[in-house]
Design a protein around this ligand. Structure first.
Ligand code: HEM
Length: 125
């Protein structure tokens, strides 16, 4: 693992795994999000573990498995409104707390994901 990355600093794959598991627990129970997500979130969570590992500076498993991230393009089939963006981020905020990720990494991660979520919107409320 590369040194000086968020990935290494937070504790590597175990912590990404815990974060993603907690996150989809919230997504699967959020009335604003369940309409657009599959009932079985196993595969969604698997891809997100690969993606966040890569985003945080760890191994490039997402690209190896799925190709170029093109996140905006991959989200075009789903209506991502400001309301859904906020719901997604609230699930992530809770998951960051539950997985025990401390400052300064917590804020660094949340800021990165807030920018990405903003970029993912494709539909007005
Ligand atoms: C896939 C919703 C933001 C990363 C998906 C899927 C939905 C979704 C419905 C498809 C799930 C499936 O079919 O398995 C949303 C909503 C967002 C949002 C409502 C609100 C802004 C983000 C952000 C990231 C992200 C900020 C980056 C961390 C991913 C990844 C996948 C995915 C990695 C799997 C892509 C693949 O097929 O390889 N998202 N998303 N999403 N999302 Fe999001």
């Amino acid at each position: 693992t590369k040194t000086g990355t968020i990935y290494e600093a937070i504790g590597g794959f175990n912590v990404v795994d815990t974060l993603v598991t907690a996150f989809y627990q919230h997504v699967g129970n959020h009335p604003k999000l369940t309409p657009i997500f599959p009932d079985d979130l196993t595969e969604t969570a698997r891809k997100q573990r690969l993606f966040l590992t890569q985003l945080f500076g760890g191994p490039r498993w997402y690209t190896e498995d799925r190709g170029h991230p093109m996140m905006k393009r991959r989200h075009l089939p789903f209506e991502i409104t400001p309301e859904r963006r906020d719901a997604w981020l609230s699930c992530m905020d809770a998951a960051l707390t539950e997985s025990g990720i401390d400052e300064p990494y917590r804020s660094a991660i949340f800021e990165k994901l807030t920018m990405l979520a903003q970029h993912m919107m494709n539909t007005p409320d």
